[in-house]
Design a protein around this ligand. Structure first.
Ligand code: SAH
Length: 475
């Protein structure tokens, strides 16, 4: 190890920055955030530094650098664009045993600044020890994506309760208790922004830990369920919150539409249970309900992972109601629904200033006598996205035609949207069913109907403001 990572307390301590340009400003900002007492030595000051000096937040010493100016400093930064000056600063600091950083010059530095994630009071510092700042920043971004936005609030929440836990629990029981709080329902409540519920849970868990400390040092943790939308298939379309909770859960109940690539992103040692419904299979939802309740009751963090969005043709509402009835805490995480994923991949804008003013998502797998008024769907300047469309494509087309849609009404069929196997067929009501049969299109597939289904970006660009193709012309 070439460097020892430490966090310095600099409050009100003297720190010196030599150099008053943009680079110096960046370092001064960091030092001010750590509440250091900052002196900047520079002939000229960047406008923002000048403002800080005028406001009394930093001290400015004009003129040349001299070694005596470092006297008493606990930290020195050289940020001039003159290597000789930087070298002189480095020599002077080292002679006085003051840690010194010369920006972008490892040889002259005795300490380096890490790439930092600041979610105060939580800090994550990453360094490549000068080998590749770009790599360090990239690693920081990867970690940042995994850290919930409210992780700092969680740190504060825990910090504020340390003393009371210390008074209540013996040292041995404490660690297990804290682990249960951080990784369990109380932690997730804080991260979801509900500190009142978190406080209730905390008090309950502390009491139970106190009562059971002899028998089970950790007490019985509360389980919970995350109702997560997994998006249309491409794992890069997961939300950050989905990713964070997938890293946190103990068990995953997943549907057929959840792609293996998405499951790959979940915690390695989380148990995976497939609960996909083959169409028409009865009793499966009851099995899922029973599993959700029993796992959560056993104290597990259960990720209920559904394709697309849990509230779009996903029975998310029913599962939410079930959990509420059993008083099991639940967090709902939206996902990119298949219609949005498919539209993006097929480059079909679902609404368009000239082509479509509204969009409707319809269950294409409707039983006979479905109530919707299809005359509205027959209007080509309204976009309809039919989910579960592949099996009943001819019936859907027939109903649209019967409701008054023209034969040339544009239609597009997208199979396995956002996945490497994705296929897009474009046509009209006259031929889309035949095209699909010839291509052997199967589930999962979506049918998009409306003027936008014929959208061609190049044409639209060529005739700005004019619809690329009109249904009438095709009919
Ligand atoms: N909750 C899901 C929809 C579940 S219903 C969501 O929000 O997307 C299942 C239907 O979704 C499938 O029959 C299909 O019509 C559609 N679907 C889901 N993923 C798809 C994909 N990758 N490509 C095309 N259609 C998809």
């Amino acid at each position: 190890m070439d460097y020892l990572p430490v966090f310095l307390e600099l409050r009100a301590r003297p720190a010196v920055v030599v150099g008053g340009g943009a680079v110096g400003l960046r370092k001064v900002s960091w030092l001010l955030r750590a509440q250091a007492s900052v002196t900047v030595i520079a002939g000229e000051l960047h406008a923002e530094l000048a403002a800080l000096a005028a406001g009394g937040q930093i001290t400015h010493r004009a003129g040349q650098f001299s070694a005596q100016q470092l006297c008493g400093a606990v930290l020195v930064v050289a940020a001039t664009d003159d290597r000789e000056v930087n070298r002189a600063v480095s020599l002077a600091a080292r002679a006085q045993n003051i840690p010194v950083n010369v920006v972008d010059d490892g040889e002259l530095s005795t300490f380096i600044f890490p790439a930092l994630i600041e979610r105060a009071p939580l800090l994550v510092a990453v360094s490549s020890c000068g080998h590749s700042p770009v790599l360090a920043r990239w690693v920081r971004e990867q970690i940042e994506a995994l850290l919930p936005a409210r992780i700092g609030a969680l740190a504060r929440f825990l910090g504020a309760r340390r003393q009371s836990v210390k008074r209540t629990l013996a040292a041995l029981a404490r660690r297990a208790f804290w682990e249960g709080i951080v990784t369990g329902a109380v932690g997730s409540r804080v991260l979801a922004g509900d500190e009142a519920a978190a406080e209730d849970g905390f008090v309950r868990e502390l009491r139970s830990a106190q009562l059971t400390a002899g028998a089970h040092p950790a007490g019985a943790p509360l389980g919970e369920v995350y109702l997560i939308g997994a998006g249309p298939g491409d794992p890069d379309l997961l939300t950050l919150r989905a990713l964070q909770l997938l890293q946190r859960c103990d068990v995953i109940l997943y549907d057929r539409l959840v792609s293996p690539a998405v499951l790959e992103r979940a915690r390695r040692d989380a148990e995976r249970i497939f609960v996909g419904k083959e169409s028409g299979e009865r009793g499966q939802q009851e099995r899922i309900n029973a599993l959700l309740v029993s796992l959560a009751r056993a104290g597990k963090r259960v990720a209920r992972l559904k394709g697309g969005d849990p509230f779009v043709f996903g029975r998310g509402g029913e599962e939410l109601a079930l959990l509420a009835a059993h008083e099991i805490p639940c967090i709902v995480v939206p996902g990119i629904t298949a219609a949005l994923g498919a539209a993006a991949c097929a480059e079909i804008p679902l609404t368009h200033r000239h082509l479509a003013q509204s969009v409707t998502f319809v269950n294409g797998h409707q039983r006979e006598g479905a109530p919707a008024d299809w005359r509205f769907f027959a209007n080509p300047s309204h976009t309809i996205v039919f989910y579960m469309a592949s099996a009943q494509l001819p019936e859907i087309v027939a109903r649209l035609r019967a409701a008054g849609a023209a034969a040339g009404h544009p239609a597009a069929l997208i199979e396995q949207a956002t996945l490497p196997q994705q296929r897009v067929l474009r046509g009209s009501l006259a031929d889309i069913a035949a095209l699909a049969a010839a291509a052997g299109i199967g589930p999962p597939a979506l049918l998009i109907v409306g003027e936008v289904a014929a959208f061609a970006p190049a044409e639209a660009l060529a005739q700005v403001g004019v619809p690329a193709r009109s249904a009438g012309a095709l009919a």
